[in-house]
Design a protein around this ligand. Structure first.
Ligand SMILES: *Cc1c(COP(=O)(O)O)cnc(C)c1O
Length: 380
């Protein structure tokens, strides 16, 4: 038994200045959407090169609103990856469209753009790529494909705040780009999300969709001309987001250092010795939201991931899994998806694990995590 405290796979770090800022909001007399939301949106817009940004109360509703802004609805097909949080596909169903899954690339674990192209039909209206663990797809290839087939792109960049494609930030270019500030993300607002938009018309539409479709004018003018919902971010959440966003560069830099240390500790022979697959060793594009291994199958027939998670937990190290393949969840099976349709996603989705990776982690924590992985895999 280890005498060290349990090492979780993720945990938020909220500094005292942020806690004080939340107190200020609570004392201010204005606790819902107000000046903090405006300030957060202004800072995000500046970060994304001046593109319009609007915030919402989750990454999920941010994606749903992006699809509505893109005019996606019944009869339309949207191509996405099966290896994502189920929200990515649920929002396609939510707007009445049809999800189509394209298999993943076994190395990047992101959607395979050649398979996206093969899945395009006359009804395809949009692509939702996901940047798993913060690693972007080839953005030049993605937008060349979208242009060629006249498709909208709704980037599920929920995990990719702080990531780049070459010399540009994710979000600074492209079509509609959605981020999440859920508690485990690189920066959090407890819950929340933001959408980077193409122009002010789209931004006005985003404002309507997030608040009942309302447009106000003058002292008492109020009209509703689209069906919106209740998706606005509070100033309490925005104050947390602002406090976190102040550290975005340091957070990304620290995570890249932790990832480098993971590779150094695993060493060059790790994959050959243990049969597990490391992530892509990228220290410029990805923000290292997650550090994910694909485990080897076990020779004794035990379930590889559940056994690994249990044994790691016994050594005091928390492990997450992101994600089970969406198309094999009951809701999607009921729509005709079955085993064997997306073989790479099915194997990766069964064997992928997320090792500890969070802002407050130290290099010693990385060493502990790697030692536990080697001890557990050795035991196979
Ligand atoms: C977190 C996440 C979401 C959903 O964001 P919420 O803020 O939890 O609604 C969607 N897609 C991916 C890839 C995510 O990681």
């Amino acid at each position: 038994m280890s005498s060290l405290p349990f090492l979780p796979f993720s945990k938020p770090s909220i500094d005292e200045a942020t806690i004080a800022a939340v107190g200020d909001v609570l004392r201010s007399g204005w606790i819902t959407s107000g000046p903090k939301v405006q300030a957060f949106e202004a800072q995000l817009s500046e970060y994304f090169g001046g593109r319009p940004v609007r915030t919402f109360n989750s990454g999920t509703c941010t994606m749903e609103i992006a699809l509505r802004i893109a005019g996606i609805g019944p009869g339309d097909e949207v191509i996405t990856t099966p290896i994502s949080w189920v929200a990515t596909a649920n929002v396609i169903l939510e707007v009445g469209a049809t999800p189509v899954f394209a298999d993943i690339d076994p190395v990047t674990r992101n959607i395979d753009l050649a398979k996206v192209e093969a899945a395009i039909t006359a009804r395809t209206k949009a692509i939702i790529p996901v940047y798993l663990s913060g690693l972007p797809v080839d953005m030049d290839a993605l937008y060349a494909l979208a242009d060629k087939h006249h498709l909208r792109v709704v980037e599920d960049a929920a995990q990719a705040l702080g990531s780049n494609w070459q010399d540009q930030r994710i979000g600074a270019r492209g079509d509609l780009v959605s981020f999440s500030f859920q508690a485990n993300k690189n920066i959090t607002s407890s819950e929340g999300g933001c959408l980077v938009l193409n122009n002010e018309d789209e931004a006005r539409l985003a404002e309507k969709y997030r608040l009942q479709g309302v447009t106000r004018s003058g002292f008492d003018g109020l009209d509703v001309d689209v069906l919106g919902g209740k998706f606005n971010m509070t100033d309490i959440a925005a104050a947390i987001g602002l406090g976190q966003f102040a550290h975005i560069e340091a957070i990304t830099a620290h995570r890249r250092e932790l990832a480098k240390h993971y590779f150094a500790c695993f060493g060059p022979d790790f994959e050959a010795t243990y049969g597990a697959q490391l992530p892509v060793a990228d220290f410029t594009n990805t923000n290292w939201h997650l550090f994910q291994l694909v485990l080897p199958e076990r020779k004794d027939g035990q379930p590889a991931r559940a056994t690994f998670m249990k044994e790691m937990q016994a050594l005091g190290v928390g492990v997450g899994y992101h994600y089970p393949p969406i198309h094999l969840l009951s809701l999607y099976r009921a729509r005709g998806f079955t085993e064997g349709m997306l073989p790479i996603a099915e194997r990766v989705g069964r064997l992928i694990v997320s090792l500890p990776m969070f802002t407050a982690m130290t290099k010693a924590d990385v060493e502990r995590s790697v030692a536990a992985v080697k001890a557990v895999l050795n035991a196979v």
